[in-house]
Ligand binder design. Structure first.
Ligand SMILES: C[S@@+](CC[C@H](N)C(=O)[O-])C[C@H]1O[C@@H](n2cnc3c(N)ncnc32)[C@H](O)[C@@H]1O
Length: 339
């Protein structure tokens, strides 16, 4: 190989053609890096700069990394943070599950768009009875025993039913159902906004993340409170505790979902003291042990409007964090119930 050929080969290795060894290795390794490390690596040479830039633009263009039905882009006109750093899971997950431990940012290193949605049911009930109907669509006058005829879509077909994933009574099992985007707000941090007009009563998304025991949830809440107090940087924990009450007022069930490190798009929904434009429903499916927490629009939501719900009652307890919901009924303080 003469001098000119060698220079040509070197050029290819350093170039963006995808043929160079460095380029190939960079495509394998760099997607696992945190944003700050990616920025440092990007400054070292042309190849790494080009690969880092491609990874960054993929991260900005879709928070779900092709795991949802619509891409969810980030928009920030407030500061230099290009996107939020977390692992995307479209379904509930257990803490430190091995499949999660192997995931890089966003759960996908390749940017492929042919990803298969994971099973929405974390734990199945052995031998449970579901329905035998072929079609459980309420519009077709079905009498499916899994259906909720009270007007609230709180019961669905599940893993013990004969019907498949296309069944009409599996509304909340197919992922994000409205076009949304993540927009940076100067005071609240990232926020979830509508990217289209959303009619009243539409299923938006589930709240996914790590399903915790109450003991673990309390431990994490304590840790997050300490980080929030001591850290100079804005830290946004996303630990949701949902309690179901008996008519007597006693709590009969609680679900602790932590989306701080691993979660879905719902982790960006901010609090509004007036209840916002979303309501949360606990949805149960035949044959699934665990219920799921789902968001529905409580009124028509305009394009670009922020999605919000109430984190709880400020009167119960307050962390002292200031609320910037801007609603007429704002109490000035973010609710923070004891976990
Ligand atoms: C579940 S996260 C919501 C997304 C978060 N804004 C972010 O940047 O990732 C909850 C955190 O968002 C912020 N937040 C939510 N609602 C807010 C509000 N009405 N006013 C001020 N901060 C709010 C608080 O920092 C809170 O701890």
């Amino acid at each position: 190989m003469d001098k000119q050929q060698r220079a040509g080969e070197r050029e290819k290795d350093d170039g963006d053609g995808g043929g160079g060894l460095l380029c190939r290795l960079a495509h394998l390794v760099l997607p696992y890096l945190e944003p700050t490390d990616l920025a440092s690596v990007s400054a070292t040479c042309k190849v790494l700069h080009v690969v880092s830039k491609a990874i960054t633009s993929r991260r900005i263009s879709d928070a779900s990394r092709h795991l949802e039905n619509h891409p969810i882009p980030f928009f920030n006109s407030v500061d230099s943070e290009l996107y939020a750093n977390f692992i995307y899971t479209p379904v509930q997950t257990l803490p430190s599950s091995p499949s999660i431990a192997n995931l890089c940012w966003g759960g996908d290193i390749s940017g492929r768009s042919d990803r298969v949605r994971p099973d929405p049911f974390l734990v199945r009930v052995e031998g449970a009875h579901g329905c035998d109907c072929g079609s459980c669509d309420s519009d077709s006058g079905s009498n499916c025993p899994c259906m909720d005829f009270s007007g609230l879509p709180t019961r669905e077909c599940g893993p013990s039913c004969r019907c498949g994933s296309e069944c009409g009574n599996r509304l909340t099992q197919k992922g994000l159902s409205a076009k949304v985007k993540v927009v940076k707000d100067r005071r609240k941090g990232w926020s979830l906004c509508a990217a289209e007009l959303i009619p009243k009563g539409k299923f938006i998304c589930e709240y996914t993340g790590e399903l915790l025991s109450t003991e673990e949830a309390r431990k994490r809440q304590k840790l997050y409170d300490e980080i929030q107090k001591s850290s100079k940087r804005h830290f946004s924990p996303a630990l949701l505790v949902v309690k179901e009450h008996l008519p007597s007022g006693n709590v009969c069930m609680r679900i602790n979902i932590d989306a701080t490190r691993i979660g879905n798009i719902a982790r960006f929904i901010n609090h509004s003291c007036d209840g916002g434009n979303l309501c949360t429903l606990i949805v149960r499916s035949s044959g699934a042990l665990l219920p799921r927490v789902c968001f529905f629009s409580s009124r028509v939501i305009l394009e670009n409007e922020e999605l919000a719900f109430s984190y709880g009652d400020t009167a119960v307890n307050s962390t002292g964090s200031q609320c910037f919901c801007n609603s007429a009924s704002c109490r000035g303080i973010l609710p923070a119930e004891h976990t």
